[in-house]
Ligand binder design. Structure first.
Ligand code: FES
Length: 110
């Protein structure tokens, strides 16, 4: 669905490998986590608490909060604002988040 534009080729060509939803994904240095997810064909970052509807990055500028993911054990991170790092581990978030989720680092829905 998404592909990189020719303008993106003007950026860094250095590859960064991270794990998103248990898949090894190669991104470019300077990509955000959301861009890496979309480029890899992974569109669902989280599901809603009430209907479990999937949500994907929408605004890509930190406004809509539809891109919330767990990054390296820290829940509720905006994937569109966090640059990729080598070895980063990203997990999708399913359903309602618990009050303690951000503190305990567990990404499981409760
Ligand atoms: S995509 Fe809207 S806040 Fe990240």
């Amino acid at each position: 669905m998404f592909r990189r534009s020719d303008l993106a080729a003007a950026g860094s060509d250095r590859a960064v490998t991270l794990h998103i939803a248990d898949q090894a994904v190669t991104a470019r240095e300077g990509d955000t986590v959301a861009a890496a997810m979309l480029a890899a064909g992974l569109s669902s970052c989280r599901s809603t608490p009430v209907s479990a509807a999937p949500r994907a990055p929408y605004c890509l500028m930190g406004v809509c909060f539809d891109c919330l993911v767990e990054i390296d054990g820290a829940a509720n991170q905006q994937a569109c604002l966090v640059p990729v790092r080598e070895g980063m581990v990203v997990r999708t978030q399913q359903g309602r988040r618990g009050v303690d989720d951000a503190a305990d680092g567990h990404g499981d829905a409760r």
